[in-house]
Design a protein. Structure first.
Length: 301
């Protein structure tokens, strides 16, 4: 019985130590699981916020590109309209100049060289009156050639206007070219920025997906560790009544057995020490009886 108690006690101690060790290990693992899950959750939230911001930046860039295109289209449309107006004016003035020139040519009127290429030339001024403006004009009628000087001035003005319009078209084309180059430069930078933002968004999405998988795996591992911890707790609860009883009663039972054994040993020793005295007492009685008998017999004789 003593050996059985010892074996049971040692088994319970060993099981308790194993349970305590496994429990500590599992609690440590669960704690790490929770810490990793929290860390991964924060990373996912951070990357998600960055992704949202990146998406907003992509929208801003796209809006900027749309605005650049709209402004460029408006500028180009205004340029084309102005160019058409200037070209129409040039065509009209050129036609008028040709008609006027043809008229004087058909009437053999020589206007001489036309000066229209000098920029900033003053237009024809009002003629100075050598007589009082209140004096009635003479009633002399001139022929068609008498106004060739005035016609020459008109043609010169037309020529100057045509040249100005041509210069305006050239300057407009130059401005249009510069505006187009600037637009293309800004659009190129915007497209590059958009490509970078799209690549960043894709990278963030991949990071979010990866961290999500890691968090799921960590959560599954945590669930398994919690189940194992529960098994250990349940197992300890199942052996606790017997083990607590044997561990608590072991010393008392051992002491009781020791006392019982000591009593048995004492009784044995007592019995072993008392046997000679009894034999001696039995001998005295026997001798007394013989003597009495002898005496009794002698007396009878």
């Amino acid at each position: 019985e003593n050996l059985a108690d010892i074996a049971k006690r040692d088994q319970c101690k060993e099981e308790y130590l194993k349970i305590e060790s496994k429990t500590k290990d599992l609690k440590w693992k669960i704690k790490n699981n929770v810490a990793k899950i929290e860390k991964l959750t924060k990373l996912i939230e951070l990357r998600t916020a960055q992704k949202t911001k990146t998406e907003e930046e992509i929208v801003d860039v796209e809006q900027h590109m749309a605005e650049l295109t709209a402004v460029r289209e408006d500028e180009n449309s205004a340029f084309l309209d102005a160019k058409k107006e200037d070209q129409d004016a040039i065509d009209l003035l050129t036609a008028a100049r040709e008609v006027l020139g043809s008229f004087y040519k058909n009437h053999s009127i020589d206007m001489g060289p036309v000066q229209g290429s000098v920029k900033g030339a003053a237009l024809a001024q009002e003629p100075e009156f050598k007589v009082s403006p209140d004096q009635a004009p003479e009633a002399d009628f001139s022929d068609s050639g008498s106004h060739k000087g005035e016609a020459k001035g008109v043609v010169s003005i037309m020529t100057m206007i045509i040249e100005d319009l041509n210069d305006e078209i050239k300057n407009g084309m130059k401005d249009e070219e510069e505006a187009q180059l600037e637009y293309e430069s800004q659009m190129s930078a915007a497209k590059k920025l958009k490509e970078e933002l799209v690549a960043k968004k894709v990278s963030l999405e991949e990071a979010i997906a990866k961290r999500g998988e890691e968090r799921q795996m960590e959560d599954e591992d945590k669930t398994e560790n919690e189940a194992s911890l529960k098994d250990e707790v349940d197992y300890k609860a199942s052996i606790k009544p017997d083990c607590d009883w044997i561990l608590g009663a072991f010393e008392k039972r051992a002491a009781a057995r020791e006392a019982e054994l000591s009593g048995l040993v004492g009784a044995k020793e007592f019995l072993a020490g008392a046997r000679p005295s009894l034999l001696q007492r039995a001998g005295v009685v026997s001798r007394r009886g013989s003597a009495s008998k002898a005496h009794f017999l002698g007396a009878r004789a």
